[in-house]
Design a protein around this ligand. Structure first.
Ligand code: ADP
Ligand code: MG
Length: 686
């Protein structure tokens, strides 16, 4: 039996009690422990002479014992153990408090590595409570090497953990097989896996650590990429999709009805989509485009093409407000073609719902738009051929897959405006083909972004009134709905009351998540129609909302929003030909707030903001709650390991391309899929 699968409690030094502690930090088997990587290191490898020791810092010294240790009692009843040590450059005292047994540990003439904080006291060099290890064993864990630092839990000490991990590494290494062939190891200059797993825990020096890390990061990212490539291959080449061949004329006609010409970038993405749809493999494409780049029209074109070919299209969006908006847009755009568009909302009566389901199932409805209501079990489509998710970053990979499962090998289009760094897009969406709209429609003026302090509110109000006089509309976004005792921020309700009093003759509306669906719709409708001048809102308008006549976005307590969110909110304005403004109100008290607001004021580019965001927040939080879809990585750090990611991707591509003929590559593919099985199961099912 392979020891890697053994229960951790059988490792020397563990036992039942400690194994419970280890379970708490996710370690159940020997293998879990082996892959429980240090979160940092304490480099104690440099051995200094007493005369060169750095005062006030921890040093490692190599000394011999000058005379037997002695215990003293101080006046306040403390026991002090003191032992004199020396090397060829001088002598020093090691001191311990209330550890009288230390006295028995050292014999005159013995040589030790000593690690501890070195100080000068009363003209003498003193080392407080040092760790001492004999120089004769050759097995030092704590003194003369690079010491791993592990995530711990209560009652599990640093030193115990190191001892356990040492035993884990020593007993299990012989069981570690090599993943890669000699060829691959050589080609990508990787150290052996066995070596890497040893050195990541107990590196002999910095170089050994770096090589070990490189190897393990490579393997992790390689396996991830390979499993995604596998899915992509499975989703496309192995499946027979629908060939949507008709519709050329209708698309011309449709584009003719638009009040604008597509941008070059839109045109290119449109070509990708049309080609995919006509192809015999199912489409699996992500359209990534910054806010306002014009993704909707591409989705509508694709839906038109699907319907012309006799199929239904379904579009899933994250909010009811957005569903309603898209419904209006799509209905108007497709009206000339006699296409039936249906909106699935959550607030239908039973009877209405029955009729809707019936229309979907019988095929009366050609285009169906809704929130995740479209993936509910009771919805049966008649001949669904194209599925689209808008604002994909708000959904999990699973939900995307669920929609696709409503049909047999449908074409899948995914749209997202999450500004994520380009390189990472391939990780998050590695199973999709990617098209990027990297250009805004002509005539758009860059949004001007300013920061103001709360004290400058009066001037802002004048500015707002002026825009409204010109016929424009304004958003004012708050982080809270109602006042909170614990949070010092302006709430939407409070601001709404204030604005109503402050601006007479101006129509102010209030929108937030606690309103009923039909109230929300009502307010949004009024805002679309221009019957509301100032919309005071929470972040319910964050995604997708499109009112080109609005030109000012005011964000209250801007420090309370993340960069991605600020950028999305700002994207609600500047969608027409008017000059638009984004006003960030903040007292700038925290450093992070200052950094974020500086980024916002300096750039409008979503990709650039994403890079900065990743830097400010770190990948843990960056890929946190909202950005689903990325498996948890054990060692790779996506904000730093871009170079290895590119390399791993190249390697994975090569392997997948040749995996049909090459047995070794086939095996790697199998391992990759196993590794990420749980994460990708849902997608793979489909
Ligand atoms: P997003 O990519 O954020 O979903 P939308 O598709 O909502 O953007 O488009 C934003 C606005 O730009 C809409 O009002 C849309 O009508 C308009 N628009 C789209 N494409 C063009 C274009 N090529 N030229 C001018 N305006 C466009
Ligand atoms: Mg959109």
């Amino acid at each position: 039996m392979n020891i890697l699968n053994n229960d951790i409690k059988y490792i020397k030094g563990v036992g039942p009690a400690r194994s419970k502690l280890l379970n708490k930090i996710g370690i159940f088997t020997v293998e879990d422990a082996l892959y429980y990587f240090p979160k940092g290191y304490d480099d104690r490898s440099e051995i200094r002479k007493i005369s060169e020791a750095r005062l006030g810092e921890k040093n490692t010294l190599k000394c011999s014992i000058v005379s037997a240790p002695e215990n003293f009692k101080t006046r306040n009843r403390l026991t002090i153990t003191k032992v004199r040590v020396k090397d060829e450059t001088g002598s020093a005292f090691c001191i311990w408090f209330n550890q009288p047994y230390m006295k028995t540990r050292f014999k005159k003439g013995d040589e030790f590595f000593i690690n501890g904080k070195v100080e000068r006291r009363f003209g003498q060099i003193q080392i407080n409570s040092p760790i001492m290890e004999s120089t004769s064993t050759g097995k030092n864990l704590y003194t003369s090497s690079i010491i791993p630092i592990y995530g711990l839990t209560k009652n599990l000490s640093h030193n115990t953990m190191i001892r356990i991990m040492k035993n884990v590494v020593d007993t299990s290494l012989d069981n570690i097989g090599e993943t890669f062939s000699e060829d691959i190891l050589k080609k990508y200059r990787l150290v052996q896996k066995k070596q890497a797993l040893h050195d990541i825990h107990f590196p002999a020096n910095k170089k050994a650590y770096l090589l070990a890390r490189e190897r393990l990061v490579f393997e992790e990212l390689f396996m991830l990429q390979l499993s995604l490539f596998f899915l992509k291959k499975k989703n496309t080449e192995s499946k027979e999709g629908i060939r949507f061949l008709r519709g050329k004329e209708e698309i011309y006609k449709f584009l003719d009805t638009l009040p604008y010409k597509l941008t070059e970038a839109q045109q290119m993405v449109m070509d990708d989509v049309i080609k995919d749809m006509e192809d015999k493999f199912p489409m699996n494409r992500l359209i990534q485009g910054d806010v306002g780049s014009g993704k909707t029209v591409i989705a509508v074109t694709a839906m038109l093409k699907a319907v012309v070919n006799g199929y239904q299209s379904a579009m899933m969006v994250p909010t009811e407000i957005l569903a309603e908006q898209h419904y209006q847009t799509v209905k108007n755009m497709l009206y000339p073609f006699g296409i039936n568009v249906l909106l699935l909302t959550s607030r239908l009566t039973e009877r209405e719902k029955r009729i809707h389901l019936e229309q979907i199932e019988s095929g009366v409805s050609d285009v169906i738009i809704g929130t995740h209501s479209v993936i509910q079990a009771n919805i049966k489509f008649n001949r669904l051929g194209l599925v689209i998710t808008d604002e994909q970053h708000r959904f999990g990979v699973t939900q995307r897959a669920e929609l696709a499962r409503k049909a047999e090998n449908p074409d899948v289009l995914v749209m997202s405006a999450t500004p994520i760094p380009r390189t990472l897009m391939h990780v998050l969406y590695g199973d999709l083909d990617i098209s990027i709209i990297d250009q805004l429609p002509a005539g758009r003026k860059a949004i001007k972004t300013y920061h103001i302090f709360p004290s400058m509110r009066k001037r802002l109000e004048k500015f707002i009134l002026n825009e409204i006089k010109k016929g424009r509309q304004v958003y004012m976004v708050c982080s809270l709905i109602e006042d909170s005792d614990n949070i010092d921020a302006i709430s939407a309700v409070q601001l709404y009351d204030y604005a109503k009093k402050r601006f007479n003759n101006i129509k102010v509306g209030l929108l937030h998540g606690k309103l009923k669906e039909n109230q929300k719709e009502d307010i949004m409708e009024k805002f679309y129609q221009g019957d509301i001048d100032i919309l005071v809102s929470t972040t319910v308008i964050e995604v997708g909302v499109n009112v080109p006549n609005s030109t000012i976005m005011v964000i209250e307590n801007a420090e309370r929003f993340g960069l991605a969110q600020l950028h999305q909110l700002r994207g609600r304005v500047g969608r027409g030909n008017y000059q638009a403004y984004c006003i960030l109100i903040s007292d700038l008290k925290s450093k992070v707030a200052r950094e974020r607001i500086k980024v916002m004021v300096n750039t409008n580019d979503g990709f650039e903001i994403a890079e900065k965001d990743l830097k400010i927040r770190g990948p843990g939080e960056f890929f946190g709650v909202k950005q689903h879809g990325i498996p948890e990585l054990k060692i790779a750090d996506l904000s730093k390991d871009i170079r290895i990611l590119e390399l791993a991707k190249k390697a994975a591509q090569e392997i997948i391309d040749k995996s049909d003929e090459n047995e070794e590559y086939k095996k790697l593919l199998y391992i990759a899929v196993q590794n990420f099985k749980n994460k990708i199961k849902q997608i793979a099912l489909n």
